[in-house]
Ligand binder design. Structure first.
Ligand code: SF4
Ligand code: MG
Length: 328
């Protein structure tokens, strides 16, 4: 498998007061392979959106690297080089209404990237491209001269997808692209994204707040907690053999259709709230809510390690040093 992106020790901090620093993304490392969908999940405030935005350079990185086809996109770059990266990496947003300029026609919204990157030689070519994109996302040319408010949520998300596709990207970050949509519409948008992926060989980072949403569409899934990556594995592996206590709790909260199975299942209820990311707990950040916390968990931050093949986790339960001699 070829890597499209390598995220290495990425950090993104925000100053939130004279002395307070919000470590929204704190030393996160993972790869994204060409043509895959990597799901990224976690509760709100865990840093998943900030991770996505820092990866495509909507935010500067506080530290760390993001390599795109081997090139560090946060390194020093000329305007021309930056433009090249901007074209390859696009974003689809959660709220397709807020992200579409209400005063622009659908045509101009979709053509913005075409104009910036000079992808059409004439007005006719520009129009043709827009019409084609509208059809690609399941709309039609009659929609081109209308305004965003004339469309339903699902249609607006299709417009957002057309806008992202307009510049022929390789990588798309979809930040909760279906969370704001009716359940009946969600599957349609997901199907569209999958069709487009097959057709254009796209690579996706699909951000969502719950595991059930990314289960079927992701090749691999990463779970974030308080600015850290807790676990990352192939989807099936993660759902069948979750290692991190946090992932196990998230999975236990997903209802199962079969009532027999549902009855016999054990729900893991997490105590307490998510601590503030401005002053996270020492050692393992999950320890204040972890049913398996040991003494060591308050003292030493668990390292990010490959516990099984392709299955990464940050938890002392899988550290040879600590796992046998539980010192609770
Ligand atoms: Fe729980 Fe300790 Fe593992 Fe953290 S390191 S998840 S507190 S067992
Ligand atoms: Mg978010």
């Amino acid at each position: 498998k070829e890597k499209l992106l390598e995220v290495k020790n990425l950090k993104r901090y925000f100053k939130v007061g004279p002395k307070a620093v919000l470590k929204a993304v704190d030393d996160v490392s993972f790869d994204i392979y060409k043509g895959e969908t990597l799901g990224l999940v976690g509760e709100s405030g865990c840093g998943k959106s900030t991770t996505g935005r820092t990866i495509i350079r909507l935010y500067d990185a506080t530290d760390g690297k993001v390599l795109f086809n081997g090139e560090d996109i946060h390194g020093k770059k000329s305007k021309k080089e930056l433009k090249k990266f901007n074209r390859k990496m696009q974003m689809i947003f959660q709220d397709p209404y807020a992200s579409l300029n209400p005063r622009m026609t659908v045509k101009d919204i979709i053509a913005e990237g075409i104009d910036i990157h000079g992808l059409a030689k004439s007005n006719k070519e520009r129009n043709e491209r827009v019409y084609q994109l509208l059809e690609t996302v399941g709309l039609n040319r009659e929609h081109a001269n209308r305004y965003p408010h004339e469309f339903s949520g699902g249609q607006r998300q299709r417009i957002g997808i057309a806008r992202a596709l307009a510049v022929d990207p390789e990588f798309i970050i979809a930040d909760e692209p279906i969370s704001a949509l009716d359940v009946s519409i969600q599957a349609q948008v997901v199907n569209l994204l999958q069709e487009l992926q097959d057709k254009h060989g796209l690579t996706y980072l699909f951000i969502a707040h719950d595991l059930s949403m990314v289960q079927h569409i992701s090749d691999r899934v990463g779970v974030m907690y308080l600015g850290h990556m807790a676990e990352l594995a192939n989807s099936d592996e993660l759902y069948e053999h979750a290692l991190h206590p946090y992932t196990q709790a998230l999975l236990s909260a997903i209802p199962v259709a079969d009532p027999e199975v549902e009855r016999s299942r054990e729900r893991i209820i997490l105590e307490g709230d998510v601590p503030s990311p401005i002053s996270p707990p020492s050692g393992c950040r999950f320890r204040t809510r972890c049913p398996h916390a040991m003494d060591i968990c308050a003292q030493v931050e668990p390292r990010w390690q490959e516990a099984r093949k392709g299955h990464w986790v940050a938890c002392h339960l899988y550290d040879d040093e600590y796992k046998s001699g539980s010192n609770k």
